[in-house]
Design a protein around this ligand. Structure first.
Ligand code: ATP
Length: 342
């Protein structure tokens, strides 16, 4: 039986609960997975004085894939730099891919689009300074950074059967930085004549996402816009707890739920595990595609379908969806639909 080695970062808050739930579903995948645990986060920082264990970047690079839970970053100066941002930049995870698909009876709107967020540049470079009462942030947008994520978006659209890619920007105000993003977008689009290329201002994108989400298929955005629009999209889907993401680099990828550490519900066993399970399915699909293992891709699809049935049929709903099921009830309901092995 084929063996896979993947990294696991449980993370903070509800991280261990939802990542643990996702990993339980590996029981239903007929492959040998070796899980390499990597410590990181605020909890680890309190014990060790370090936000992430030594050598973590090299470990993840050598494994090529990892699943991770949310990591807490404290706001304000004087604390450690965001570990999420550090991992993305050090590992070169340039595309943060977030599929948003509605669940019948749960979602506020009918939607099926993917946000591809540039993941290593923009305001998240955290080039900041303060002089007395004036604070400055420098937004870094490079041609090569734009090119990578925009090329990825068009290829993603082709592979996933989408017909349109929309660039989100504010190039009427941020004429230089967003202007470069827009320029690279339309240049790149010429290589993909089968895909329709359009653009929209970020404020209008927020509006249309609520009014007419069907107009979007793949959206490609600079870093901050994608972060904000993702939470908006998750709200439309019905809960942050329902959405997962793939962060893709060259030869390395990290998969995680879209939500944060949710300290308000941590440790109570009621976190919605679907976002983390979706991250798991994205990882299985990625590994299956990388290693030409069709079984892994088909199992990812089956788990995704089982999740959909559990949510849409209301077989087990956590409190964020108005139910009273536990994290574990949701996992059991998914497992029940998956057995016996398909
Ligand atoms: P962070 O700073 O780590 O992003 P946050 O509090 O800003 O944390 P989230 O942790 O994503 O953002 O939480 C926002 C809200 O969504 C909270 O009320 C939280 O309880 C809820 N939430 C997030 N994830 C889940 C989940 N998996 N299941 C249920 N509720 C969730």
């Amino acid at each position: 039986m084929r063996r896979y080695r993947v990294g696991v970062i449980e993370g903070d808050g509800i991280g261990p609960e939802v990542v643990g739930a996702a990993l339980k579903l590996l029981q239903a995948v007929d492959r040998d997975f070796e899980l390499v645990r990597i410590s990181a986060g605020y909890g680890y920082f309190k014990k060790s004085g370090k936000p992430v264990e030594d050598g973590a970047i090299d470990t993840i690079k050598s494994l090529g894939a990892a699943i991770k839970g949310p990591l807490t970053t404290l706001p304000g100066p004087g604390t450690y730099r965001s570990i999420n941002v550090m991992l993305r930049q050090e590992l070169g995870l340039y595309a943060n891919v977030r599929p948003f698909r509605s669940f019948r009876g749960v979602s506020l709107k009918d939607l099926n689009f993917t946000i591809v967020r540039e993941n290593t540049e923009g305001l998240y470079r955290s080039v900041e300074g303060r002089f007395r009462d004036v604070a400055l942030s420098t937004r870094v947008i490079t041609r090569s950074g734009c090119k990578k994520v925009i090329e990825f978006s068009f290829r993603y659209a082709l592979v996933e059967g989408f017909r349109k890619v929309t660039a989100v920007h504010k190039a009427n105000i941020l004429k230089v930085s967003d202007g470069l993003f827009r320029e690279v977008f339309f240049e790149t689009s010429k290589k993909y004549p089968r895909i329709e290329a359009s653009d929209v201002f970020v404020d209008a994108a927020a509006y249309y996402m609520i009014k007419e989400p069907e107009r979007f298929e793949v959206l490609v955005t600079p870093n901050l816009y994608g972060d904000i629009l993702s939470d908006l999209a998750a709200g439309l889907v019905g809960s942050l707890g329902l959405c997962g993401s793939a962060q893709i680099g060259d030869g390395v990828a990290v998969f995680e739920p879209v939500h944060g550490s949710a300290p308000d519900i941590a440790g109570r066993g009621v976190a919605n595990p679907v976002g983390a399970v979706t991250a798991l399915t994205l990882m299985l699909k990625y590994l299956g595609t990388m290693h030409s293992d069709d079984y892994l891709v088909s199992r990812a699809v089956e788990i995704g379908e089982a999740v959909r049935e559990v949510v849409e049929e209301g077989r087990a709903l956590t409190p964020d969806l108005g139910g009273s099921s536990s994290t574990n009830d949701v996992v059991e309901a998914i497992l029940k639909l998956l057995q016996p092995e398909g």
